[in-house]
Design a protein around this ligand. Structure first.
Ligand SMILES: *Cc1c(COP(=O)(O)O)cnc(C)c1O
Length: 220
């Protein structure tokens, strides 16, 4: 058994069965992705549009999430196939996804990316901006996107206490938004947080989707 199948099996045995694994395959080869599929992993995440579209052409039977920053002018390349865009960080981007999805008669699942880390460089909406977006009434008008929840990345630090605090604040914000803006909508149900270094903490704090990459694809 390859180290990739091995690590997927180990990962699955460690986490609750209702938590979805998005195997982040950026920089990893198509052959390695196929090895993961042999272990039953069908859901992958990529952070760059070009890499995503190239890999999707070679492996169309996998399910693909975009987890990295998306420029408005590149939405058209992923709209025909992407199964979720986890990195919505503006109204303008959401409107463009809606427009492109309608050309393919699709409804694209999206997560709002919320900035929870201390670093300035990470993309995402501030909590106030997310509330502005949700109270603007724009989402209710868009027929070809479905806002399914939130995504966030913790600070790049070995201080697991602060990582946990960031995940917890995102989880609390998620519960608040669900109550205040999505009452009755069962589709607002996904909280994507946790990567290789911190997925266990993320699950303890309420993640429904984790995004491990290196722990699956790299030998350790
Ligand atoms: C790269 C990346 C991951 C995976 O990171 P690892 O540390 O390799 O597990 C998860 N989410 C996003 C948004 C990423 O860019």
């Amino acid at each position: 058994m390859s180290h990739i199948s091995q690590s997927i099996k180990e990962l699955r045995s460690k986490i609750p069965s209702n938590v979805k694994i998005v195997a982040v395959s950026k920089t990893h080869s198509v052959d390695h992705i196929r090895e993961a599929m042999e272990a039953g992993q069908m859901l992958f995440g990529e952070s760059k549009v070009q890499e995503l579209t190239l890999k999707q052409k070679q492996i169309p039977d996998a399910q693909w999430h975009l987890v990295g920053h998306l420029q408005t002018n590149k939405v058209k390349y992923v709209a025909p196939f992407v199964s979720m865009i986890q990195s919505i960080d503006s109204v303008r981007l959401l409107e463009e996804v809606d427009k492109q999805a309608s050309r393919y008669k699709r409804v694209i699942d999206c997560l709002l990316q919320i900035h929870i880390a201390r670093e300035e460089t990470k993309f995402g909406l501030g909590m106030g901006e997310a509330i502005d977006l949700l109270s603007s009434g724009v989402i209710q008008k868009l027929q070809h996107v479905r806002v399914c929840g939130l995504m966030g990345m913790a600070s790049f630090t070995s201080d697991m206490k602060s990582v946990r605090a960031e995940f917890r604040s995102l989880a609390e914000f998620f519960v608040r938004l669900r109550r205040e803006y999505f009452s009755g909508a069962a589709s607002f149900c996904e909280l994507s947080m946790g990567m290789s270094a911190d997925y266990m903490i993320a699950i303890e704090e309420g993640a429904t989707i984790i995004r491990p990459g290196s722990t699956i694809f790299e030998k350790n």
